[in-house]
Ligand binder design. Structure first.
Ligand SMILES: Nc1ccn([C@@H]2O[C@H](COP(=O)(O)OP(=O)(O)OP(=O)(O)O)[C@@H](O)[C@H]2O)c(=O)n1
Ligand SMILES: C[C@](O)(CO)[C@H](O)COP(=O)(O)O
Length: 232
């Protein structure tokens, strides 16, 4: 496997969490959520460097957190933009030119495993672009603005998409640059790359790689982390 650069995006406000403190700094098992996420990449031999993207007002305190937690793979702490996509772009630009393969990961997905990260990278090295994903468990309906069901897509073709999302750097940069020039906004990086017509594959991940989004995610994440710390 190649050596990888990682962009961890953590510049969101966490409005759906509804806390005064942005959700990435809330504690889980005594440590900020974001630190759990960063420690995972710090521990992996395949990861050469990490660019951390945070809110403009948080650059200083995050730089301090990085030193306190001895996260020496973090090569840059930069401020993000108004949309996740802008934050990702700032992070890619902060990675050293040596990083030919890059992953983008949400700072608020602290439960991803090294095995899942490796599976995603291996798939990207085959195809050029890959994302972690899990098959959806519910039946999904498309509903119109009046609440009427329009269609029920075949569940066998539906996957819930996670991060990391892994790419050959030049492919991701070209897609982001074109999206920026044409005003296209996607909700994930795969969407930006798909929009250019390039192929993106999936690597099957784990249901436990949750994105901490709303208050009910916190006890679930706490439980999963505790279970891991106990070794099961
Ligand atoms: N302008 C933004 C928006 C989001 N993110 C990051 O992208 C990840 C996934 O986004 P989400 O869970 O939607 O986070 P928020 O935007 O913070 O949440 P909300 O939509 O509830 O405000 C998070 O790690 C978040 O910090 C970012 O770096 N820059
Ligand atoms: C990138 C992502 O986490 C994949 O599931 C997701 O699309 C982020 O979306 P959000 O709108 O920022 O929650």
């Amino acid at each position: 496997m190649n050596k990888w650069g990682v962009v961890v995006v953590a510049a969101g406000r966490g409005s759906r969490m509804g806390t005064a403190e942005s959700k990435q700094y809330l504690p889980l098992r005594g440590k900020p959520i974001l630190i759990h996420t960063l420690e995972l990449f710090q521990s992996m031999e395949e990861i050469a460097e990490v660019a951390l993207v945070v809110g403009g007002d948080d650059v200083e305190r995050c730089s301090r957190l990085v030193s306190e937690h001895k996260l020496d793979k973090i090569s840059a702490v930069v401020s993000g933009g108004g949309e996740r996509q802008h934050s990702v772009y700032a992070g890619i630009a902060a990675l050293s030119p040596a990083a030919e393969w890059v992953m983008v990961h949400d700072g608020v997905r602290p439960l991803v495993t090294p095995e899942a990260v490796r599976a995603c990278c291996a798939a990207a090295e085959r195809v050029g672009a890959a994302v972690l994903a899990v098959p959806v468990k519910d039946t999904i309906k498309q509903v119109d603005e009046t609440g009427l069901i329009v269609s029920t897509p075949d569940r066998r073709s539906l996957w819930a998409i996670q991060t990391p999302q892994a790419f050959r750097r030049e492919l991701l940069v070209a897609a982001h640059e074109r999206a920026q020039a044409e005003g296209y906004l996607g909700t994930d990086d795969a969407m930006v790359v798909e929009w250019t017509g390039a192929a993106v594959t999936i690597a099957e991940g784990d249901y436990t790689n949750i994105k901490i989004t709303t208050p009910e995610d916190l006890p679930w994440a706490e439980f999963l982390l505790e279970k891991r710390e106990r070794g099961n």
